[in-house]
Design a binder for this molecule. Structure first.
Ligand code: FAD
Length: 444
């Protein structure tokens, strides 16, 4: 079961996973003189501001991903890469410490997935370009045909997947790629094909674009992403990222509600990062997208494969990097090894498994962070070690690098654990905890 000249591929979803898969399929096919037709179904207009144009995300990508994309021929222009972040500031309930990028490759880029936050349309022309629109345009330039419609049903037509959209238009494809993310009704299309697909486990999150104005963003946040390890019940992850005149707030946790947000905005370490007297406006652009937390079941069969968030991804970070990996693996398998269930099992699944297994280790790291939060002595010892490393020009900065990689996605969770489990780091942390304990006893 292989693609041949004039084979038809339907990609459902034109987010990063769908656009990159279409791009890599056409690119690889061209390199072996294979002439295939690729349609991408994407109803969203990414040039719109606010939720209608946006595939809801924190919008942070690592410099290493920017470079990997460039090697694959995807050069992100300056108006897509809005701001560069060269530091992470870790805040606990009591203090903070900054980790600076010590190489250019460690920096982080910020993007808007769509036209920008609701209300930004008053600035014309917009000073940034939507990341998702850029990738979709690129796939179209490579030869993909965009159909700006939502797919309504998927079924089988003599063993080939058939797509129905619009007012009952249908097309039977040789291969259908599902890249529908986690937030629409697209997942059920694939469940209803009865080949055993079950969507990944997901949980709700909260994102808000807070308007401070460029000067206040620079003054309060600088070129640093701020991560808050606060002891608020149910809070798993909290970050504030500078993005032009906005600060993007990302909250992950069980039941992010008004009570939790009130506690977040009253926390002294958060107040320091907000303009004086700032109150969350009623009209703030916000959303509650689902985030990937567990693997899918059977994301492939003969002539059908799923990529991106509706397949395997990375836990709490680098979802776009994971989409890139799966898009490449999917395109390579389909063009070089075929579109049978066996081909996907053999050549696509290993990339999914690598992500799924690494997430198990990621789960351990996030659980440890969660366990540490009520024990301020451990958190303060961690920050002491980070400060000591940052102030020592000869330090190898092992702990800082491990923390940087945990938050940016620049390295796998396996690498993070391997680097942190170093005896040097463990001894330093134990000593710092002892010092914290002694100084607290003295002050009591
Ligand atoms: C709170 C939060 C913060 C995040 N922060 C980051 C971050 O900072 N960096 C990072 O790398 N990742 C981040 N992510 C993850 C990232 O958003 C996803 O990994 C990424 O969007 C996955 O891309 P995708 O193409 O698989 O899905 P999506 O981006 O969701 O795209 C799916 C597309 O499919 C289309 N679609 C759905 N159903 C249909 C249908 N029936 N017919 C046609 N089209 C359809 C949709 O319109 C959509 O455009 C974050 C996620 C969350 C929830």
């Amino acid at each position: 079961m292989e693609l041949s000249d004039h084979s038809r591929v339907g990609v459902i979803g034109g987010g990063p996973a769908g656009s990159m898969t279409a791009y890599f399929l056409l690119d690889l096919a061209k390199s072996i003189h294979l002439d295939i037709d690729v349609d991408i179904f994407e109803p969203r207009d990414f040039s719109l501001t606010g939720p209608p144009g946006c595939n809801m995300c924190g919008g942070v990508i690592s410099e290493s991903l920017v470079q990997k994309l460039a090697i694959s021929g995807i050069h992100l222009p300056n108006d897509v890469l809005m701001d560069t972040i060269d530091a992470y500031t870790l805040h606990t309930d009591h203090s903070n410490a900054q980790i600076r990028a010590h190489t250019e490759e460690m920096r982080i880029a910020c993007i808007f997935r769509g036209g920008g936050p609701k209300g930004a349309e008053t600035q014309k022309p917009l000073p940034w370009q939507a990341f998702d629109q850029f990738l979709l345009d690129l796939a179209q330039k490579r030869g993909a045909n965009r159909i700006p419609k939502r797919v309504k049903t998927l079924d089988w037509d003599n063993g080939r997947p058939r797509v129905t959209w619009g007012e009952g238009q249908t097309q039977t494809y040789d291969l259908v790629v599902g890249a529908v993310g986690l937030n629409g009704s697209g997942l059920s299309l694939f469940e209803q094909m009865n080949f055993g697909y079950k969507p990944p486990r997901a949980t709700k999150s909260y994102i808000a674009e807070l308007y401070f104005g460029s000067e206040e963003v620079e003054r309060r946040l600088g070129k640093s992403m701020h991560i808050f390890l606060l002891n608020i019940p149910g809070l798993k992850f909290l970050a504030l990222t500078p993005k032009g005149p906005y600060a993007t707030l990302v909250v992950l946790g069980e039941h992010v509600d008004k009570t939790m947000l009130d506690r977040i905005f009253r926390a002294p370490e958060m107040v320091q990062c907000l303009p004086p007297g700032w109150k969350i406006p009623v009209q703030t652009c916000h959303c509650q997208p689902k985030i990937h937390i567990g693997p899918p079941h059977q994301p492939f069969t003969d002539r059908v494969v799923l990529v991106g968030d509706c397949s395997s991804s990375r836990l709490f970070k680098d979802g776009i990097g994971a989409s890139y990996k799966l898009a490449k693996a999917c395109a390579y398998t389909a063009v070089v090894h075929g579109i049978s269930k066996q081909a996907f099992q053999r050549f696509f699944v290993p990339t999914c498994r690598e992500l799924d297994h690494d997430n198990l280790l990621g789960g351990i790291i996030f659980s440890l962070d969660h366990l540490m939060r009520p024990f301020s002595i451990m958190q303060e010892a961690l920050l002491d070690c980070v400060r000591a490393e940052q102030n020592d020009p000869f330090s190898k900065k092992k702990l800082s690098t491990a923390l940087w990689d945990t938050f940016t996605g620049s390295a796998s969770y396996r690498t993070v654990i391997a680097n942190t489990a170093h005896p040097d780091i463990i001894i330093k942390l134990l000593k710092a905890m002892l010092r914290q304990w002694l100084s607290r006893r003295k002050n009591r």
